[in-house]
Design a protein around this ligand. Structure first.
Ligand code: GLN
Ligand code: ZN
Length: 770
């Protein structure tokens, strides 16, 4: 018999119970015992639903108070000096201080010395997901010691409930890879030998608890690895193999490619591969895998919300089963951390749409059904389930809410010239300068102004039916008036309407496009207690009517200054949604691009002279493997250009991206051919501008001169210095002056104070350069 297992289940709870408990605890409204009780209840519930779904081997260690990488840091004693408690024994307070920072030291031993605020560990994206983990901080003299009992306690809880479980650990190489060497410059790989004994200790403890299998996640095996890291894998696992417990190495988010032989031959008992992301690994893997090993095939997509094509998957599984027998295990592609919890609670979706969706619970059911189908292909239950799956797929394949001939015809009619502005930048910019009459170093902002409690309350009242649409619109117009007045008073050159009416830069547009659907409970953890609820692309996408024109036109009617229209770009729309699986991403991007193009043209027709198309997610869409980069960059750039290129030369197109690691994509960003790009640089002290020393960015650029992620108000001299720095690398004629991102998370007082100084800095530089 093949075995079904799950690599991890979402920890947040179907109603975000963990989020609510954490926030109550941080507010002091729930004590530690109360928080722990919520965690215990959630773990028990999640094992139960997975068991009831039919999963044989359940994960432990997928629960985390904040983040699973942080749990490992505590487990290994990787606790930066500034958080280290006097007693030496970390507590939940230590954990949350590492995650969120703290007002003052958790270390009470040395009086005032530690009274400065403690900076949290850095957060960064977990591979190519929207989950963020806390980056371990390693020092050159880093010691490792088993320091946290959570995993063993959770195994005990599961055993007490009678479950057969498989603890999940992040493997030593992946753990080191994810961390950062701090202080002196050293190679973190040198820490491996010191780290491995702690793994040994963990395996021995788990074996004592009666654990048979342990899952060791080594997703870095799907990356381009330097040779010394590849070598380290063999070294590490040769040592680990001496420890007790059977070991399954789990890889996901991509194919093993050049690491296939390495992964297949590590001296462990099993290997999990992701056949959703990298189906081409099968059947190659069969010839490479030693005959004693278990092969776990990840066949149900852990990263999206669609039901699995059971018969297609079953074809592969049957073939593997013939070769491997009970050495074949069946699983989701990756941890279900990245999918919402349970679709059965969705009471506002129509039955048809709901029947197309599968969240974590349903994915476990699919895995279990596939496993049963191997054991008893003819059973009536299996046959009925397959027939139902076939019927669901048939309705989707033929559904008119998915397939829209008019949209497909428009996509088919796209020609190269649609992604091409009428004239080259040099000619356009002359016309734009003539028309816009802006000073040297024009000042502007990125789009949003503070989303005040009043704005959020108005939106909530509208949703709950306590405020009419007309009154809501009046309230938002009031916010726009307020924003325009302030910008005029501050002396900004290019104004924005402030985005008061937008809940979120993707959701706002998704709600106004045909082809999107929205769930009520489709939450996915982003980091800590923060969850996102991505919109779902269900069918061909189109724009039934203008989405932003009335707001922008209203803002422009209030002032003689130029108001910049504000849109979200096709790549960001796509990357921050759950995409379709029945259509390539690049086609979905083209559909989105056409919809946005229509909006751009409507704004232009309404007299708007500058239109910004935000592509906040552009860089994070880069594939994990460098060999796939160019393919992505080509279609992403083409989608942006398609959205932007319908306008006349005299209309200025801006784009915005919020990050500073540009060097590797700078040429594609130039190829987007926006007239102006605003980017983040302030947090890295303009380090980004190094990119421009090697590559002459051809168009205009606004390197953010202050960090909006902090309430700190930078002074004029500081921003003037950054601008001087920028002007050394980019001709002043092509420089803009702006903050590094939107201001919606800030409050008005600090926003105004910072912008006063920013405008002053621009004036100072103008005088210096004149
Ligand atoms: N225009 C958006 C804003 O100002 C851009 C947000 C972003 O880049 N994340 O909020
Ligand atoms: Zn931004």
């Amino acid at each position: 018999m093949s075995l079904s297992h799950s690599l991890g289940f979402p920890r947040i709870g179907r109603d975000r119970e963990l989020k609510k408990a954490l926030e109550a605890y941080w507010q002091g409204e729930l004590d530690e015992a109360g928080l722990r009780a919520v965690g215990e209840r959630l773990r028990a519930e999640h094992w139960l639903v997975q068991k009831e779904a039919g999963i044989d081997l359940l994960p432990v260690g997928d629960f985390a108070w904040y983040d699973q990488v942080l749990t490992h840091s505590l487990t290994f004693g990787v606790i930066p000096e500034r958080f280290r408690p006097a007693s030496g024994k970390p507590t939940l307070q230590t954990l949350f201080a590492m995650a969120r920072g703290a007002g003052r030291s958790a270390n009470a031993c040395c009086g005032g010395a530690h009274d400065q605020p403690l900076v949290a560990q850095e957060l960064t994206k977990w591979f190519d997901t929207n989950y963020h983990y806390l980056v371990p901080e390693f020092s050159a003299d880093q010691a490792f010691a088993l320091s946290w009992e959570q995993l063993f306690e959770e195994v005990e809880q599961a055993h007490a409930l009678g479950y057969r479980v498989k603890p999940v650990l992040i493997g030593p190489l992946t753990y080191l890879w994810l961390g950062k060497a701090k202080g002196s410059d050293f190679d973190k790989l040198e820490l491996l030998e010191r780290l491995l004994p702690v793994y040994g200790e963990i395996f021995r403890r788990l074996a004592e608890q009666g654990v048979e299998w342990v899952q060791i996640d080594e997703p870095i095996l799907v990356l381009d690895l330097p040779q010394d890291w590849k070598n380290a894998f063999e070294r590490a696992y040769n040592l680990i193999q001496r420890e007790p417990c059977k070991k399954l190495i789990a890889t996901y988010f991509g194919g093993l490619q050049d690491n296939l032989g390495l992964a297949a031959n590590l001296p462990v008992d099993g290997l999990h591969i992701d056949l959703v992301r990298a189906p081409e690994q099968y059947p190659t893997i069969l010839d490479r895998l030693p005959a004693y090993k278990v092969l776990s095939l990840g066949v149900v997509n852990g990263r999206n919300v669609w039901r699995c094509d059971l018969e297609k998957v079953l074809g592969v599984l049957r073939h593997a089963h013939e070769r491997l027998g009970e050495r074949l295990w069946v699983a989701p592609s990756c941890s279900l951390l990245h999918s919402p919890v349970d679709v059965s609670g969705e009471d506002q979706l129509d039955a048809e749409l709901k029947s197309w969706l599968a969240f974590a619970v349903q994915k476990c059911e699919e895995v279990a059904l596939l496993t049963r189908a191997l054991a008893a292909p003819e059973s009536a239950e299996v046959q009925a389930a397959l027939a139902q799956n076939r019927a669901i797929r048939a309705t989707r394949a033929a559904s008119s809410r998915i397939h829209k001939p008019e949209v497909q015809a428009r996509v088919a009619a796209i020609r190269p010239q649609h992604a091409q502005r009428q004239s080259p930048f040099a000619a356009r910019i002359e016309q734009q300068r003539e028309r816009l009459q802006l000073p040297l170093l024009p000042t502007t902002t990125i789009g949003s102004f503070p989303q005040t409690p009043a704005i959020r309350q108005a939106r909530q009242a509208l949703r709950q039916g306590q405020l009419s649409a007309a009154d809501y619109n009046e309230a938002m117009k009031g916010e726009i008036r307020h924003a325009v007045e302030i910008q005029e008073r501050l002396g900004l050159d290019v104004l924005v309407h402030g985005e008061a009416e937008r809940n979120d830069m993707v959701e706002y547009f998704a709600e106004r496009l045909d082809g999107y659907a929205f769930t009520r409970f489709g939450w996915v953890q982003s980091y800590g207690s923060r969850c996102v609820k991505p919109a779902v692309i269900v069918g061909d996408l189109s724009r039934p009517q203008a989405m932003t024109v009335e707001w922008i036109r209203y803002a422009q009617s209030l002032t003689d200054k130029v108001v910049k229209g504000m849109l979200t770009g096709p790549v960001t729309m796509l990357l921050w949604s759950f995409p379709r699986e029945d259509l390539p991403c690049e086609v979905q991007a083209r559909q989105l691009a056409l919809a946005i193009r229509d909006e751009v043209l409507d704004l232009e027709a309404a007299g708007i002279r500058i239109i910004q198309i935000d592509e906040a997610a552009f860089r994070e869409g880069l594939p994990l493997r460098q060999s796939a980069w160019q393919g992505y960059l080509d279609w992403a750039t083409a989608a942006f250009r398609l959205a932007a290129s319908g306008v006349r030369d005299e209309t200025q197109i801006h784009t915005h991206m919020c990050y500073s690691e540009f060097n590797d994509v700078i040429e594609s960003i130039a190829a987007m051919d926006a007239d102006v790009i605003t980017i983040e640089t302030s947090r890295s002290d303009m380090a980004l501008l190094q990119a421009f020393e090697h590559f002459a960015y051809p168009n205009e650029i606004g390197p953010g001169v202050y960090d909006i992620h902090s309430p700190r108000v930078p002074d004029t001299a500081e921003m003037a210095a950054l601008l001087r720095e920028a002007a050394r690398r980019i001709p002043a004629l092509r420089l803009w002056v702006n903050p590094d991102c939107g201001l919606k998370t800030r409050a008005w007082p600090e926003t105004e104070a910072a912008l006063v100084n920013m405008v002053a800095a621009a004036r100072q530089l103008r005088a210096e350069l004149a």
